[in-house]
Write a protein of this length. Structure first.
Length: 190
């Protein structure tokens, strides 16, 4: 999803909460929903794969993936509700929920702690699979970075929106950007 689509989605939400969503906003919700469902599917696969490697992935890290999965599933549920309402107010409710989700201490802790181990796991997996022939280990290596990439992607979307003149000083966008930036910085510093 490009930032223009997300911009139009939020612009509609801020403009008039009682209006019906236009076609572009509905498509944007559908696209966000599809990418989030794909992300959840990847987390589920990852959790399943690492459960077979208990020596490498301690139980607490499996629990972290489950926490991230559970919280991101709430995000998908909110997207489905926003889509079913088909109103701009529903879209605005979603943006508010998104911001609140990234204030959840369990989710942030899971992301930061999980990301802090990625380098170790990747080097360990490279030693276990030096020629990249084991498909399961290759899948784990590709899925292991998805939580980190997700937060950075959210930050980039909201940064692009906040730079547009229509959003300078907008509370909803500013709050969302401030929160997701803080989370992204925590992950980068992990």
């Amino acid at each position: 999803m490009n930032s223009l689509c997300l911009f139009l989605f939020i612009l509609n939400a801020i403009g008039n909460p009682n209006d019906k969503l236009d076609t572009m906003a509905k498509k944007t919700i559908e696209e966000i929903l599809m990418t989030e469902e794909t992300y959840l599917s990847g987390l589920f696969d990852f959790s399943d794969l690492i459960s077979n490697y208990r020596g490498t992935f301690e139980y607490k890290y499996t629990k972290m993936v489950e926490t991230i999965f559970k919280k991101q599933n709430l995000l998908v549920d909110q997207l489905i509700q926003a889509k079913s309402k088909s109103t701009v107010g529903g879209a605005l409710e979603f943006l508010h929920f998104f911001t609140e989700l990234f204030y959840d201490k369990d989710l942030i802790s899971a992301y930061v702690d999980f990301v802090s181990k990625i380098r170790y796991w990747n080097s360990y997996l490279a030693k276990m699979n030096p020629h990249n022939t084991d498909v399961t280990l290759r899948s784990i290596s590709s899925l292991i970075v998805s939580p980190m990439q997700r937060v950075i992607r959210y930050k980039l979307f909201i940064e692009n929106i906040s730079k547009l003149p229509q959003f300078k000083g907008n509370r909803v966008v500013h709050r969302a950007l401030k929160r997701i930036s803080s989370v992204a910085d925590s992950i980068n510093n992990a």
